[in-house]
Design a protein around this ligand. Structure first.
Ligand code: PHE
Length: 372
């Protein structure tokens, strides 16, 4: 009897002192394992007389039950404590801001190209593209700039070496050859009857944005830059159409309603008459305000397509007239968004791009569109 009480006291103390699951398991094995102390007691029952067994049986089994329960309780308590400790140490603060991941931005040139495309799309223009490596004929001759023409000197052209026939390809110096290609295609479609032009409408209304190349480099010139040129060909097209189109474009692009524009007579071999377009502006606090003021800012060249160009491209000038215009996209971007050095556009300096680039979620849109 005292043996059993002493054993129970000893096991109860051991279970209470166990501070890890392993220690609990050790006590369990020591008491209830194959050669455990409680197991040994239970084994003695078989050798006792029926009377003795009746007396000892409940005592031994009671002991086993209490020890089993104590072990289970202590185990559960230790497991809960372990879980709580884990929860505390692995707690994650869901209110904490995640580290910022790097974000790209839209290059100002892409942004301005999109704006131009949007404005001219509203006016019914589609986008035309062509090769950047051009034939001399498309880049110069068909635009009424024959080989010895002094206007060639105005374009600091990158020439490729002569081929066997003595012809040289060029890196296009403007996107006008895209207009030549478009006119040639349309002239052929008219001739073959694929395109019918009985009505009054235009047969061509395109803009040609893209990269162009000239051998020149300073704060306002880079060997590669971007142009957008426009071309409309139809019946009875005149300077009035040109002026209205450009005015509508400039107002939408600079988002100013009151714009004073002037067409200053100029010269381009491919247009006759030709003009350069200035808009009134004002410089103040290092900022440029377009629309009014005491200064003039030249923004583009334009004119009525020269009859010689129409003929080169296979269109009869007695039937077809049109206007064309062209300007630098980089320059437009600088004027609208206030950059000062053109070369920075092509430096791929991430700090510059972060400052001047546009977030794709936050691009400025032309609030009113055309005609608002
Ligand atoms: N192609 C001219 C240039 O690059 C721009 C222009 C286009 C001028 C159309 C008039 C008409 O300088």
């Amino acid at each position: 009897m005292t043996d059993i009480a002493a054993l129970e006291a000893e096991l109860t103390a051991a279970i209470g002192a166990a501070s890890t699951l392993q220690e609990i398991e050790d006590v369990r094995v020591r008491a209830l394992g194959k050669s455990g102390s409680v197991t040994a007691l239970l084994k003695t029952l078989g050798k006792l007389s029926p009377e003795e067994r009746q007396e000892k049986g409940p005592l031994f089994n009671g002991l086993r039950e209490r020890v089993t329960n104590l072990l289970a309780e202590r185990k559960a308590a230790l497991e809960e404590a372990a879980l709580n400790a884990r929860l505390a140490s692995e707690r994650s603060d869901v209110t904490l801001m995640p580290p910022a991941s790097p974000k790209g931005s839209i290059h100002p040139i892409s942004q301005v190209m999109d704006e131009l495309t949007e404005i001219f799309a509203d006016l019914g223009f589609s986008v035309a593209e062509g090769p950047e490596i051009e034939t001399d004929w498309h880049n110069f001759t068909a635009l009424n700039i024959p080989p010895e023409h002094p206007a060639r000197a105005m374009h600091d052209t990158f020439y490729f070496p002569e081929d066997a026939k003595g012809e040289r390809l060029v890196l296009r110096t403007h996107t006008s050859p895209v207009q030549v290609r478009t006119m040639v295609d349309v002239a052929e479609a008219l001739k073959s009857g694929k395109l019918k032009a009985d009505g009054e409408g235009d047969i061509i209304r395109i803009i040609a944005p893209g990269r162009v190349y000239r051998s020149d480099s300073d704060a306002t010139h880079t060997p590669m830059f971007h142009q957008v040129e426009g071309l409309v060909i139809g019946k009875g097209i005149h300077m009035g159409h040109l002026k209205w189109t450009l005015e509508t474009f400039v107002k939408a692009f600079f988002e100013v309603d009151a714009i004073t524009m002037r067409l200053r007579p100029s010269y381009f071999p491919f247009t006759e008459p030709s003009a350069e377009v200035d808009v009134q502006c004002q410089w103040g606090n290092g900022e440029l305000k377009v629309g009014e003021g005491s200064d003039w800012l030249e923004i583009l060249g334009c004119g009525m397509v020269n009859n010689r160009v129409l003929e080169y491209c296979g269109l009869d000038p007695n039937e077809w007239q049109g206007f064309a215009f062209g300007c630098g996209i980089d320059r437009l971007a600088m004027l609208k968004y206030g950059m000062t050095d053109l070369r920075a556009f092509f430096d791929a300096d991430l700090r510059w791009l972060r400052h001047y680039g546009f977030s794709f979620l936050d691009v400025p849109t032309l609030s009113g569109g055309v005609g608002a």
